[in-house]
Ligand binder design. Structure first.
Ligand code: FO1
Length: 337
């Protein structure tokens, strides 16, 4: 490992896998140096409540409140509300624990009172004592829709109610074309002092792509002065959790880290794959790094965070030929060379 560089790190994250690396980053960086941009494509209204699963997974993970087994929801949760709802014949396919319910009720109240989603997340983040900022990628609705052989499905309908069983044919992020990126994100990406952009090991299709679909975000990442590092969510041809590998098969993609790297071609400088996968064929101009990417405990999360930052810093120190850059960018500022 080499000496750390100063500057902020912007991490893009979906839910469980992304939040694990975000936690690792939060433990090796000063709080003010980490900003996590969260996917909001999974957000929906349910039982009259505004639910933001990936934001909440980040809030719970970074505050130590997350359920360590499920990855979503709160630890030591009780389920009286669901049991009472079931007794009344209500809708119980989407599980809301009693403590978790409080967050949805409070978010719904604040939104109804005119707060933006960013303001709500910021208020809750401070109440939970979380240091790093968590920014919804946008305050506008960008619900992910899944195209299947049986037609289009709302995201949670596909993910939770149908347990990801229908084969996917494609995705849409409704409203993304008119969504405004959250106000702090583009200025951060344009900051010449930005240390790194980290694409966490989240599902590329349903967690990262909705973030990149918000106007201006993809272009700003491609143009930013800082190295962009992506961590593979696929290890040994399998997803650690969730439907990434199944989706790749259904989309006729080879299931492996190489296909994830190709998905990020033109955006990513360094691709971190699992050490057990050996050498991964990467698109021209993308550098590879191997590490233990399976994060089973806190030490794994911290170690992977250090590897990601070390790879980014080494990239920043190395001389670059902008013509050879996969992102076709102008040379980075002198102080970064
Ligand atoms: N995932 C499930 O598989 N079943 C559930 O009943 C469920 C409830 C739930 C409630 C609140 C929350 O924040 C997340 C919840 N999740 C549930 C997880 C979540 O829907 C997905 O993991 C994400 O949307 C995918 O990143």
């Amino acid at each position: 490992m080499t000496a750390a560089r100063p500057g902020r790190v912007l991490a893009l994250s979906g839910g469980i896998g992304g939040a694990k690396l975000a936690l690792g980053l939060s433990r090796v960086l000063p709080a003010e140096d980490l900003v996590v941009v969260a996917n909001t494509g999974d957000d929906f209204r349910h039982l009259g409540l505004a639910i933001s699963p990936d934001i909440d997974t980040l809030l719970y993970t970074l505050s130590g409140l997350a359920d360590p087994v499920k990855g979503w929801g709160r630890r030591d949760e009780t389920w009286s509300f669901m049991a009472a709802l079931a007794g009344l014949g209500g809708e119980t396919w989407f599980q809301l624990g009693d403590g978790d319910l409080a967050l949805h009720v409070e978010r719904t109240r604040r939104l109804a009172a005119g707060e933006t989603l960013s303001e709500v997340v910021e208020a809750i983040r401070l109440r939970l004592g979380i240091g790093p900022k968590i920014l919804p990628v946008t305050d506008d609705p960008v619900p992910t829709r899944i195209r299947t052989q049986d037609g289009w499905l709302d995201f949670q309908e596909y993910f939770v109610r149908l347990r990801c069983e229908p084969a996917v044919l494609g995705f849409a992020f409704s409203g993304a074309e008119v969504a405004q990126p959250q106000a702090e994100i583009l200025p951060l990406l344009r900051d010449p002092g930005l240390r790194a952009v980290v694409i966490c090991p989240s599902n590329p299709f349903i967690s990262v792509d909705p973030i990149l679909a918000v106007p201006g975000i993809r272009a700003a990442i491609a143009a930013c002065a800082a190295p962009v590092v992506a961590v593979s969510p696929i290890i040994g041809g399998q997803a650690v959790k969730g439907p990434t590998a199944k989706m790749m098969r259904e989309l006729d993609l080879p299931v492996g880290a190489a296909a994830v790297a190709r998905h990020y071609d033109g955006l990513v400088d360094i691709f971190v794959s699992d050490q057990g996968d050996g050498a991964v064929a990467l698109p021209p101009g993308m550098a590879g790094r191997q590490a233990k990417t399976l994060m089973t405990d806190l030490a794994d999360r911290e170690n992977l965070a250090r590897v990601v930052l070390d790879a980014a810093d080494a990239w920043s120190r190395s001389p670059h030929d902008p013509r050879g850059s996969p992102r076709g960018r102008s040379p980075r500022p002198t102080e970064h060379q």
